[in-house]
Every structure is written in structure tokens, then in C-alpha cells.
Ligand binder design. Structure first.
Ligand SMILES: Cc1cc2nc3c(=O)[nH]c(=O)nc-3n(C[C@H](O)[C@H](O)[C@H](O)COP(=O)(O)OP(=O)(O)OC[C@H]3O[C@@H](n4cnc5c(N)ncnc54)[C@H](O)[C@@H]3O)c2cc1C
Length: 647
């Protein structure tokens, strides 16, 4: 049977996964890849959209190699990318603790953690290069925490029984980003990176089927610009803000990915959203942001709720015998360090039972009393001081004396643009890196593995695989006067004109909030077929209301944050319908995608490997049309498909 004949494998989705022994695949593949010789690299222009950890690391490395890089971000500096918010750490299979870690174990944990919905070959490569990332970052001067003996320290994250997470207090993302930013700056100074800040990619330019440029809107002047290149790398982060309330930076959005999708890049697994178990609970209807309390806290914090419903005593007044440390009770092997999807669902269950704490009843305790008694306050302060301080500033409670109150919140998106082993999308010449691609995490990302993936993509994978396009295809000369640039610019301008012309009655913010509520209620921690159908209908109505009744204030030809936001919310509206559709079509539970109809007697996610062991990638057919479904069948050669158990 050929690929095209196969009932589950779309011929459009050739993953290009190499054969041979798993541990040799990446090495052999790199050897077989074409090369661009050093003298020829300066003939190639590379556009990189997004300069968080994925884009920043790619820009620095490709420029260092000799390519001409043009980098873009919506922020006023690469240093302000959402990556800077990452707190807890980055995984690597260094086995510094000598506790049995290995490349194979990291690979295995990640495939299992993702509930067997990721590509084995990609995950193995990720585990392999994880060790190089740490060396690279140390060489850049990233101040990872060290032990007394001088070795880099490690802690544990969910879904692992070893300590493999490297960290810089609770500011790992910031320190890693400073490393990438320093490396970028060297190349900006050398003239190899042209850095364009406060520029928003508003369209992708595809010439004869190949990505050859972008249209940007200058966010300071409102002017539209055309930029051409031999290839485009999209590193624009995740779409968690479709839910309005999330732990993501307020500026995180789906716009660049969505507009590339409309030009032909397939969107994979949009229903896989990660709900992080340890966030500060929402406190009211007018909140605009949620705050993460790093997963690292679960190394020492114990999660519990009162044994009985409606217990309103202060946490410190509830005796041990009347507490339910439900994660330790249900999952004795992994305890408080079960993966995020499992911890989140359990928090929801105990709150739904009426055992939640705090004013809304939507919270559980994360308690450090035992750890402080065991290790002393100063040790706990050295590990988590800045997180405790942040918690106290937001809630007014002192976590050294009173347990933190936490509740799950939208945090990370495993779905994204579909990419093959080269990180190339279904549009030749368009590569997608970091959280923006559907990546290596399957249906649930394990903690500390997003930074690993973003930096693997940028420092190690794309520098090799980009040659598959640049040396492997004949690329014609394309100038910015090409009709494809004119058409893309005109359509971007028209979209903004249309938004300005509506002059309705509702603010962009209020419509985003309403959208977020719908997505959370119908496609949040628990989904049902009925709810998803209703949610889809309601989102379609809201979208048509948006295009008739939104009011965008200000002027197009200048700085206008309302217009910027309106464009992004309009994209979230279209995207959210596909997300719901994907969640409806995936008629199983897996990882972060929990369909209430499919659960075990104990309330765990019940996969359907026979029918859903595939990646679903959607092809855009217009905002009002049902997208076309494509499938990439997943095969498992190394890891045996079993029911995930953390007991
Ligand atoms: C609070 C928090 C803590 C976290 N902690 C951890 C952790 O400890 N460990 C871990 O592994 N992961 C963690 N994560 C996840 C991790 O931080 C992200 O997945 C990762 O940083 C994403 O990096 P990125 O480079 O893909 O995207 P981002 O850092 O989001 O960068 C996106 C870039 O794209 C640009 N951009 C966006 N749209 C456009 C556009 N249209 N035009 C031009 N530019 C655009 C932005 O300006 C930015 O430069 C955390 C996430 C959160 C929310």
C-alpha cells in the first residue's frame, strides 16, 4: 500500500523521519543532508520571525555560520519575549546526579509523558541534543545553579523519577534568553543580523509555492513593509491566549502562525493545550492575566485539600489526620511530581467534589511546612525565594507561614504548525521552531522541556536542516516588487482597514474575554462532544458579532495598540473554531485533551490507539468552511504503547 492509499496517512504529510537504529538516526541524517559551504552561506538571506529562545538561538547560530539574518519581533527588544518568563528550568540527560538518567530515559519519559502522541525520532533527537544545550549555555555564561562541589545542580520536574532539570533560581528563561541575546548582539554588531523590533508579521509571502518573504506592520509608525529572503523561520510562540486568561505574556498570540496557515501551512493538533496545575487562582471577573507558580515548587511543596467538604478552617488549623494529600495517596511512585495533566485533572476533581479551598473554592494547597521543618527556611528561600516573594506580592499571604493556594491554568500549547523532521512546514521554505510548531511533546508536555525544545530547534536542528532547502532546491531571484508581495501587502492593509471601519460598540478586550470564557468552558480541562458542538456554534456567532460590532479606536497610520490587539483577537476567533473542531474529531482522551466520555473507572485519560494514534493536521479552506483533515500516522518502534501509569 502506498502512502497515498493509506487510510490514515496523508501523502501531504511526509515526516521525512530517517530509518535505521534510533540512536544513530540524527547523526546519519545530518551526514546525508546537503551542505551549504561556508563561502556560499553569505549568498542566502534568512528571515526569522520571533526572537524568543527559539528564534534568538536560531538567529545567533545561523548568523555565526555566515547566513544573512533579518530578525523581527513585536517587542521593543528580543529580551522582552515571553521566554523571559520561564521559571523552573530546562531538562538535559547529563546524569550529573548519577540517579540513572540517560538519553534513552529522557526520550522514554518524554514519549510517555506526551501520552504516546509524538514522533519517536524527533523526541530521541531532542534527548540527544539536550546535553549539548547545557554546554552551549554554560559557554555563554548562563549562571545555572551549582552544587557545593561546583557541578551544575539539578532538580526534578513532573513525569520523571530522576533529577535532570537545570535551573537558574526561578529565572531560568531570563538567563537563557540573556545568553541567546548576547550571542545575537555579537552578530548584530558584526552586521550579520539585521534586527527589526516593534514589527509585526501580518502575512507570509509565498512565491510559486515557496515561502519567500513576509509583510510586516511597523508598530510605531503603522507603515507596512515588505521583506524578502530565501527562507522564512517562524518562531512566534504559542497560542495559549486564545483562552484570554493564561500564564502567557499578554502579547503572545497566534497571528503569525494563523496567517501562515491561511497561506497553506497545516495546523497540527490544535486541541492539545497544557493546563498547568500550579498557578495563582483567579480572583475576579476583571483579571487579565494569570501567574504561574513554577512546577519546581512541587519538589518540596505538598499538595492537599481538607478531607471533608466545606471545611472553612484556616489551613494551619486543619490537623494532619484531616488532610488529604491526594496526589501522594493516588500516585505513590510519583507523588506530587506526577505530570501536569494528571495533577491538573486531580485538582479539578477535588474542587468539583466541594473540597476546594479559598474564597472561590477553586484552589488546593501547596504546602511547604514539612520542607521548611526538614531543610530549614534559608534552604527553601535559596531554592524558591523569588517565587515566594512573587506569590506574597500578588496574594498578600506569606507562603513560609501559610500554604500557597493554587489552581490549574492555561499555560502551554502543544499544537502548532505541522513540521517534518527538518522542521519544515507544508509550505516549502517555511520552517517553524519552538512553541509555534506542533513539536515533540505529543498530547502533554513534561515540565522543563519547552526550553529544551526551543533551544534544540534553534541551536542544533535548524542549523543543519536549513540546508535541505537552501542547497536542495533551486531558488529563483525574487524581489519585493513581485506580485505576490503586492497582493499580500494589499490584503494585510485591507484587513486592518476593515477592522477600523466597523466602528461598532464593543471593545476588543471585552470580545477577547468572552471568547476566552467560551474556549475555557467548552474546550478547557474537560471536553465533551456536546459541549464542543455548542462551543463551536457560540464562537462562530461571536466571530460574526466581532466583525459587525467591534470598535477599534485610534488611527491606522500610527502606533495603535487597539488595532494590533484587534488583529490578533480576530485570528484567535478563527483559530478557536478549529481548536474546538479538532477536539471534537479526536474522539479519545490523551494527555491534556480530556474527553469526559473516554475515561477509566479511576478517572484517568483513556486513549484509543487503534483509531487515534496519529497527528491531525488541518488545511485551511476559508474562515467559514470546515478545514480538511490530514493525518500523519505515528509508529512506535522503541517505546511500547501502554496505559500511562504514575502509580
Ligand atoms: C510563566 C511561564 C513559565 C514557564 N517556565 C518554563 C520552564 O521553566 N521550563 C520550560 O521548559 N518551559 C517553560 N515555559 C514555557 C516556555 O517559556 C515557552 O514555551 C518558550 O519560552 C517559548 O519560546 P519561543 O521562543 O517558542 O516563543 P516566545 O518566547 O513566546 O517568543 C515569541 C517571539 O515571537 C515574536 N512574535 C510573536 N508574534 C509575532 C509577529 N506576528 N510578528 C513578529 N514577531 C512576533 C515575539 O516578539 C517574540 O520575540 C514557561 C511558560 C510560562 C508561561
Amino acid at each position: 500500500m502506498t502512502i497515498a492509499d493509506s487510510p490514515t496517512q496523508s501523502a501531504k504529510l511526509d515526516s521525512k523521519v530517517p530509518g535505521g537504529p534510533m540512536e544513530d538516526r540524527w547523526t546519519n541524517y545530518k551526514f546525508d543532508l546537503k551542505l551549504v559551504n561556508p563561502a556560499n552561506r553569505r549568498k542566502f538571506d534568512v528571515i526569522i520571525v520571533g526572537t524568543g529562545l527559539a528564534g534568538g538561538s536560531a538567529a545567533a547560530t545561523l548568523a555565526e555560520m555566515g547566513y544573512n539574518v533579518k530578525a523581527f519581533c513585536i517587542h521593543d527588544s528580543p529580551r522582552r519575549a515571553h521566554s523571559i518568563a520561564a521559571q523552573g528550568g530546562i531538562n538535559a540527560a547529563k546524569n550529573y546526579k548519577g540517579d540513572g538518567d540517560s538519553v534513552h530515559r529522557l526520550f522514554y519519559d518524554t514519549v510517555k509523558g506526551g501520552d504516546y502522541r509524538s514522533r519517536e525520532s524527533n523526541v530521541h533527537r531532542l534527548a540527544e541534543v539536550s546535553v549539548d544545550i547545557i554546554d552551549q549555555c554554560v559557554a555563554q555564561g548562563v549562571p545555572f545553579a551549582r552544587e557545593y562541589g561546583g557541578l551544575l545542580d539539578n532538580r526534578s520536574f513532573g513525569g520523571a523519577q530522576v533529577s535532570r532539570t537545570f535551573y537558574a533560581r526561578g529565572q531560568t528563561g531570563q538567563q537563557l534568553l540573556l545568553g541567546a541575546y548576547g550571542a545575537m548582539n555579537r552578530q548584530i554588531h558584526a552586521g550579520k543580523i539585521e534586527m527589526h523590533t516593534r514589527q509585526e508579521m501580518v502575512d507570509l509571502v509565498v512565491v510559486n509555492g515557496v515561502a519567500r518573504g513576509i509583510i510586516t506592520r511597523n508598530l510605531k509608525t503603522g507603515e507596512y513593509e515588505r521583506h524578502s529572503a530565501h527562507t522564512v523561520l517562524m518562531c512566534t510562540g504559542g497560542y495559549g491566549n486564545a483562552f484570554y486568561l493564561s500564564t502567557n505574556a499578554k502579547n503572545s498570540n497566534v497571528t503569525a502562525a494563523w496567517r501562515a496557515h491561511k497561506r497553506g501551512a497545516y495546523f497540527a493538533n490544535p486541541c492539545y493545550t497544557q493546563i498547568h496545575p500550579t498557578c495563582i487562582p483567579r480572583s475576579g471577573d476583571y483579571q487579565s492575566k494569570l501567574t504561574l507558580m513554577s512546577e519546581s515548587l512541587r519538589n518540596d511543596g505538598r499538595v492537599w485539600v481538607p478531607l471533608t467538604k466545606g471545611d472553612t478552617r484556616k489551613a494551619t488549623e486543619i490537623p494532619e489526620a484531616e488532610r488529604d494529600y491526594y496526589l501522594e495517596r493516588k500516585y505513590p511512585s510519583f507523588g506530587n511530581l506526577v505530570p501536569r495533566d494528571v495533577a491538573s485533572r486531580n485538582a479539578k476533581t477535588v474542587c468539583d467534589e466541594g473540597r476546594g479551598v479559598g474564597p472561590t473554592g477553586e484552589a488546593v494547597y501547596l504546602d511547604f511546612a514539612d520542607a521548611i521543618k526538614r531543610d530549614g527556611r534559608s534552604t527553601i528561600e535559596a531554592r524558591y525565594g523569588n517565587l515566594f516573594e512573587m506569590y506574597e506580592r500578588i496574594t498578600g499571604d506569606n507562603p513560609y507561614e501559610m500554604p500557597m493556594r493554587i489552581y490549574p491554568a492555561v499555560h502551554y500549547t502543544m499544537g502548532g504548525l505541522w513540521v517534518d523532521y527538518n522542521l519544515e512546514s507544508t509550505i516549502p521554505g517555511l520552517f517553524v521552531l519552538g512553541e509555534a510548531n506542533f513539536s515533540d511533546h505529543g498530547a502533554n508536555r513534561l515540565g522543563a522541556s519547552a526550553l529544551m525544545q526551543g533551544l534544540a530547534d534553534g541551536y542544533f536542528v535548524i542549523p543543519a536542516t536549513i540546508a535541505s532547502h537552501l542547497a536542495g532546491r533551486k531558488l529563483e531571484e525574487v524581489t519585493k516588487d513581485h506580485p505576490a508581495f503586492k497582493e499580500a501587502e494589499a490584503s494585510a492593509r485591507k484587513r486592518a482597514d476593515d477592522l477600523m471601519a466597523i466602528k461598532g460598540t464593543r471593545s476588543v478586550e471585552s470580545m477577547h474575554r468572552e471568547l476566552g470564557n467560551l474556549v475555557w468552558n467548552y474546550c478547557g480541562m474537560e471536553r465533551t462532544a456536546e459541549g464542543l458542538k455548542e462551543g463551536k456554534r457560540k464562537i462562530a456567532d461571536l466571530r460574526s458579532q466581532f466583525w459587525t460590532d467591534v470598535r477599534v479606536i485610534g488611527d491606522q497610520n500610527t502606533i495603535n495598540q487597539d488595532l494590533e490587539k484587534a488583529g490578533r483577537v480576530a485570528d484567535f476567533m478563527e483559530f478557536a473554531e478549529v481548536m474546538m473542531h479538532d477536539a471534537l474529531v479526536r474522539d479519545e482522551s490523551c494527555g491534556g485533551h480530556f474527553r469526559a466520555e473516554h475515561q477509566t473507572e479511576e478517572g484517568e485519560a483513556k486513549r484509543d490507539d487503534e483509531h487515534f494514534s496519529h497527528v491531525t493536521a488541518w488545511e485551511f479552506n476559508g474562515p467559514d468552511a470546515v478545514p480538511t483533515e490530514h493525518r500523519e500516522q505515528l509508529t512506535f518502534e522503541e517505546v511500547k504503547l501502554t496505559t500511562r501509569s504514575y502509580k
